[in-house]
Design a protein around this ligand. Sequence first.
Ligand SMILES: *Cc1c(COP(=O)(O)O)cnc(C)c1O
Length: 807
Amino acid sequence: MTKWTVEQLVDAIIQHTEKEYNKSIEDATPEEVYYVISQIVSRTINKSWQQTEKMYHQHKPKQVYYLSMEFLIGGLLESNLLNCGMRDQCNQALTRLGFSPSDIYSHEHDPGLGNGGLGRLAACFLDSMASLAYPGHGLGIRYRYGMFEQRFINGYQTELPDYWLKNPYPWETKKSEEAVEIQFGGNVNMFKRRDGSLEFTYENTDNVLAVPYDVPVVGYKNKVVNTLRLWSAEPVNTVTQTKNDDYYRELENNHSIEQLSGFLYPDDSTEEGKKLRIKQQYFLVAASLKQILKHYKTTERKSLIHLPKKVVIQINDTHPSLAIPEFMRILMDEEGFGWEKAWDITTNVFAYTNHTILSEALEKWPIDMIQSIVPRLYMIIDEINERFCQGIWFDHPELRDKIPKLAVIADDQIHMANLAIVGSFSVNGVAKLHTDILKNQEMKDFYHLFPDRFNNKTNGITHRRWLLMANPKLADLITDTIGPKWIKHPRELTHLLRYVEDRPLLEKLGQIKQENKQKLANYIHKATGILVDDQSIFDVQIKRLHEYKRQLLNIFHVIYLYNELKDNPHLEIVPRTFIFGAKAAPSYYFAKEVIKLINTVASIVNHDPSIKGKIKVVFLENYNVSLAEKIIPAADLSEQISTASKEASGTGNMKMMMNGALTIGTLDGANIEIKNLVGDQNIFIFGLRSEQVYELYDSGAYSANDIYQNDERIAQILNQLRDGLVGHHDIEFKDIYYHLLGSNDPYFILKDFDCYVETQQLVDQAYRYNNKWLSKSLINIAHAGKFSSDRTIQEYATGIWNVKEIF
Ligand SMILES: *Cc1c(COP(=O)(O)O)cnc(C)c1O
């Protein structure tokens, strides 16, 4: 990429503004300047993008395709500037022109094309693949409405539609010439050819055009630009009929076609049995496979037998697992392969990542839905199932009684996880504990059948966005201390360990955290009107709202502290600011009640002068990537308190650790690996372990009611929920009260409460010793290199994909 000087950038900004807006730079709005810079950066990127594609055509490296229903990419301007090596110059150029860089960057609207962790992981992976020079691309859907925008009205969550394409999106390029046609529904006819093989034709299908929009994925200062291809649904033909009736019918039909890429389902943990969701999944899969095969055929000109040497397709959870039968369909019906050959190719191309063991999140689609939407795929899935079950019957008699659990089709439903396991050469979990649970509990019988298929790839995050970009001062301090090598090799952060007793460095570390906290405090004041004490502990829980993530446990601790302070206003605690960010799925009633509870507690606590501002509660609206970038650099304490065994990995834990926050958490997901690195002294671990959780479920020995009877603190809190909180007797939370006691507290909130409170007291004590705390903070940063997604992608590349860097 051409190197830009500050002067050149200043000139380019002035000229572009004049050309585009017919304005002098003094009159340009920040939004116009945002577009101008995006254009300048896009042009720079485009050259490398073309060169990268040309190189892929010439050298024909094996390609990775990452299929995902979600890509939560966040803002691209600043990260593209950073990866192009233009950020510092651009900041200076903007300052010289009288603009605040962060103000300009804030005019970018986050494309909310994902729910949470799973979608953000896909985005971090794209960044790492490009930065490590792997030929890897993302394939997803260009939802016209992304993740809803969250507002609080009266403390309740309300959802506003996110029409993120209202203004032009400067990073996408429409590639009409590469559109492909997809067929849905209809009838399948079967003919026997003369040679005995079968031919399938379709009639009365609904056809849809999948139009790609490409977004560049810029590698860090290496001139590699890969592609995120997002498919948009359009009618195949524009309206041509003249008869009135048909005209309106066709318009209506077009409308329903466009619904295919109309909106993102805003639920990240329960599978909703909706036809439209299946159609979206097939739409992504069918369009993507067509493109992948087209690319293979134009570059290789070889039989598809060799395809597994040149193509690997990673499916992000089961959402894209219809790709497996769709690929079989293409190989057999269009390419003329017999079943065995087609199956051999297919099962050497697909690799599946499992993201959850929550049973309510495991996708199961009713047979009749699949039959009506993709009739030919149903036939193929049925045969996959038949052959698989027969294989067990004959080759694994010891598992005969497990067939109903292992089958791809059971109880008139298609079990997508089973389909994904059977049809892939690799099945990976996303943290050590999670993979162990897959192997030894949830997918034990599959592991017995396919021991070599299962492997672990602990998640990671891109340290470029989450440290270099989001926390530039900390990044500079690290570079000043250990040199810049860590930026390309984040494991080198461990060199910081030499400084854990270095007073001057710790002081600087403390200063930077303090500045970040002041900045966040200003933002909080602007956004909510709440004044927070920037000397207080910033205690942060930011993630989707879920029972298993236990925001309820956190707010119970707040209520407990508040009750204590009311009893004894002189209680000596380190002041704390509890910061929440979380969206609840619109149909998840309990999660929404928890939001209302947190907001209610916030309004009580924040307005009670008797507690002298010792605690404050802030629930920031509309948690998304750009808000995460504001909060994380300012976090002192990272709340990772899921019920053990339920959080597959977590990545928020990694982001905050990398920014110097200490974790309070359960032995769940990647917390365990964090603990093993930083040591018990530098993390706050509490609560049931996953084995204990399983034991209590199995034995039925747990009684929430016993705890309610015996722990006065809990009795007080639960009664407050039942009867209304102090000064707010008109609002009660009976449903939470009855749920905890009536359903026997399925996530062990009451069970873990006592040790959580105790551990929070340890946090309070530890924070008083400023230097020790800072040294713990530094130790966390020093070990965060392992959690760079560069390490994760390296492991996928060598352990699953068998792909090489292009240089
Ligand atoms: C990292 C991230 C998540 C995932 O957070 P967890 O704590 O791992 O659940 C969700 N949403 C956004 C916007 C993120 O950046």
